[in-house]
Ligand binder design. Sequence first.
Ligand SMILES: Nc1ncnc2c1ncn2[C@@H]1O[C@H](COP(=O)(O)OP(=O)(O)O)[C@@H](O)[C@H]1O
Ligand SMILES: [Mg+2]
Length: 264
Amino acid sequence: MPDRPASRRGGRGQRARPEPPPAAEVVAEAAALELLSEGSIEVEGRLVVATNATLYCTVRHAGREAACVYKPVAGERPLWDFATGSLAGREVAAYQVSRAAGFAIVPPTVFRDGPFGPGMCQLWIDVDESVDIIALSRRTDDAALRDMAVFDAVVNNADRKIGHLLPDPGGHLYGCDHGVCFAEEYKLRTVLWQWRGRSLPGRSVGALRRLQACFETGQLAAGLSSLLTAEEVAATRQRLELLLKHRVHPYPPEDWPAVPWPPV
Ligand SMILES: Nc1ncnc2c1ncn2[C@@H]1O[C@H](COP(=O)(O)OP(=O)(O)O)[C@@H](O)[C@H]1O
Ligand SMILES: [Mg+2]
């Protein structure tokens, strides 16, 4: 896909550290964001596996085009524990946190108007179909997967299923479906518990520190405040501080189903 930001990693298990991206990638990311924000969206079809209205689309602008996912707020299935109409904003907030930390887990994602009203628009990632994502989800030696577990702890992801892992052909691991993140209460629900109780690797601590620095400038919180409640932004910061204080992967919550069902 021409508009996907370039991958910056080697083989599986050898993925690069989450460092501030090189200038070329920043440009690619900015170009993707511009296309997603400014482009005209043509709906190609609905993803049948999806529980919400998740539309597969083409977005076109200034002679460029890319595949994307568009989830209109109007198509969100109401949930008992998340404010109605708030899921698209959570997906964009997850992107902003992933980007600020340098995790590069969430594909470029924007909030914008579309054919069915306001919603989120996210770059489509062509996955490497030869990767066995069930086997991948169980690995303990994959640094990018481990980063994803740390990212999920920060954003309090309540739905990290195996099908939400998107390994691209360049060896980069993306993730999707971050609509049920950022609850104030601890609701981590994931298939990635294999590192529970273990010390965070240095690269994750580095990413968390970068995120902390972005919070300290006030810019990140300002961006998040239009997408989440003030309490949810504060809770995110608290989770980050706790992770940096204890430097361990969290344990499953006791009073909450800790693994999504179905897990795929
Ligand atoms: N940005 C993306 N790139 C590639 N595939 C995606 C992307 N977003 C979603 N998908 C695919 O579509 C499926 C459904 O999307 P998802 O975001 O999980 O919708 P829902 O919120 O309805 O569960 C995912 O499991 C994944 O296979
Ligand atoms: Mg899903």
